[in-house]
Write a protein that binds this ligand. Structure first.
Ligand SMILES: NC(=O)c1ccc[n+]([C@@H]2O[C@H](COP(=O)([O-])OP(=O)(O)OC[C@H]3O[C@@H](n4cnc5c(N)ncnc54)[C@H](O)[C@@H]3O)[C@@H](O)[C@H]2O)c1
Length: 440
């Protein structure tokens, strides 16, 4: 450890001056080459100003496939510390499970690298604070993988909401629903992890016997590595609400259940209610009932904006005439009236050709790496989203409403709930965390 700490210090001293010149190519390393890591590898490799230098994954077949996909040139790395320590890498893309996001980002920052890290930002809330501390101390750019912010139609919708087109926001609904019943009753389709890799896959998480069903992709269903669908999926759309409005929730309650068969722990059905200062927000997740719609619906006093990755639409509200606002005996019989629309209908036809959010997010990151301007999904605002997601899980697990005290950056008046904002890393990763944050 002493050797590695000394090394980090040496690297970090140099990192303060390490900058990618506007004309230079950006040398990128990838940690995690699974479902989304492969997408990032393809998108970054397609950029004319990017060199893919190294790829790290603990799964031998995945690592080999990723290196092949990148033309066979990048160095294959099993232990990501080798990649983080390489001095010829400018930026690192972290696409590992959630329990690794914070530590890998912090270690890369300490080693003088900029980072593109997948959502959800962290596994527990405090990790986001540690990431901000490390990135600030080491002067690094960190882009979070909430790609929707880089979508042209999301940007247009944000302009409309911020500009008051639908009036003050009063009611928001976020739904992520599908049906994967009866659950995970068959063996893992793609056994690609071996027992030798298990310790490094677990990393800071508690040591449990090797069980591949907990690992590739399915880590999402286990509390030790993830916050379930509430951090996995809500992270995208709560982020849009937070980004559009800048608002933070004050109180959160949540109810959930699990009826899926087979392995897994986190809920398959969840309802959470958020009280923001000016609006209420509901989060509905179901893995056992598909429902009729999914996405984000933002209700204002003049109309409703619905949006998902495919597009957006504003539907104006009709004004209810004053005489029928008071229920009278003949209310039910009153004829429907054509009343004035409260706002104008808007669709995103002008943005039909620019649906992609992933490549623009990569380009935004590369521009930040060069210019040192904050990226689209910067750490500070992403941490606000992150807190919002985790609060629902904490409310669920303590079984009561939790109150967020933004000024104090903690849960108010509930020591048990506040304790869930943090966690202890398994050795030696606890020491690695402290060394990386503090390396100056
Ligand atoms: N932005 C999006 O739309 C989007 C989509 C999917 C996933 N994600 C996020 O990306 C992350 C990864 O999800 P996934 O579905 O790709 O998971 P996955 O299991 O398919 O891939 C994760 C990869 O990380 C590797 N890995 C694990 N520990 C490692 C370590 N210590 N060193 C090197 N490699 C390691 C695994 O072997 C695996 O190949 C999650 O946090 C998820 O929330 C984001």
């Amino acid at each position: 450890m002493a050797t590695r700490r000394t090394f980090l210090k040496a690297v970090a001293v140099g990192a303060g001056v390490a900058r990618v010149a506007a004309s230079d190519r950006v040398r990128v390393g990838f940690i995690g080459a699974g479902l989304i890591g492969t997408r990032h590898l393809i998108d970054f490799a397609a950029q004319p100003d990017v060199d893919v230098v190294a790829i790290a994954d603990v799964s031998p077949p995945r690592l080999a496939a990723a290196v092949r996909r990148a033309g066979g040139r990048p160095e294959p790395v099993t232990d990501f510390r080798r990649l983080v320590d390489r001095q010829d890498i400018d930026a690192v893309v972290v696409s590992t499970p959630d329990h690794w996001h914070a530590l890998m980002t912090i270690m890369a920052c300490a080693a003088g690298k900029d980072v593109y890290v997948e959502k959800p930002l962290t596994h527990v809330v405090r990790e986001g604070d540690w990431m901000i501390e490390a990135a600030t101390r080491h002067g690094r750019i960190v882009q979070v993988g909430t790609q929707q912010r880089s979508g042209k139609h999301y940007q247009r919708a944000a302009e409309l909401v911020r500009g008051g087109h639908i009036g003050p926001v009063r009611h928001v609904h976020i739904r992520a629903t599908r049906n994967i019943s009866p659950g995970f009753t068959r063996p893992v389709a793609e056994p690609t992890l071996d027992a030798a890799a298990w310790d490094l896959w677990l990393g800071p998480a508690p040591l449990v016997p090797f069980d591949e069903r907990r690992a590739l992709y399915h880590f999402r269903w286990f509390w030790d590595y993830s916050g379930g669908q509430t951090t996995n999926l809500l992270a995208h759309d709560l982020d849009i609400v937070q980004w559009m409005t800048g608002a933070m929730p004050r109180r959160v309650s949540a109810f959930a259940r699990r009826s899926l068969e087979g392995f897994g722990e986190t809920p398959d059905t969840c309802e959470a209610i958020y009280e923001f200062p000016d609006f209420l927000l509901t989060w509905t997740n179901s893995e056992v009932s598909a429902g009729r719609w999914r996405g984000l619906e933002i209700g204002g006093t003049k109309g409703t904006l619905t949006i998902n990755r495919a597009g957006f639409q504003v539907v104006p509200d009709r004004a209810i005439p004053a005489e029928v606002q008071i229920p009278t005996p003949d209310f039910a019989g009153s004829a429907p009236r054509e009343d004035p629309l409260r706002t104008e209908a808007v669709t995103d036809e002008g943005y039909q050709q620019v649906r992609d959010q992933f490549v623009p997010h990569v380009r935004d990151f590369l521009e930040s790496v060069r210019s040192r301007r904050p990226p689209m999904s910067d750490l500070r605002s992403s941490q606000q989203t992150n807190i919002g997601c985790h609060l629902a899980n904490i409310a669920l697990r303590v079984g009561r409403v939790v109150t967020w005290d933004a000024a104090a950056n903690t849960i108010a008046g509930d020591a048990e709930a506040a304790a869930m904002l943090s966690k202890t890393y398994r050795a030696p990763w606890d020491r690695e965390l402290r060394a990386s944050i503090n390396a100056v």
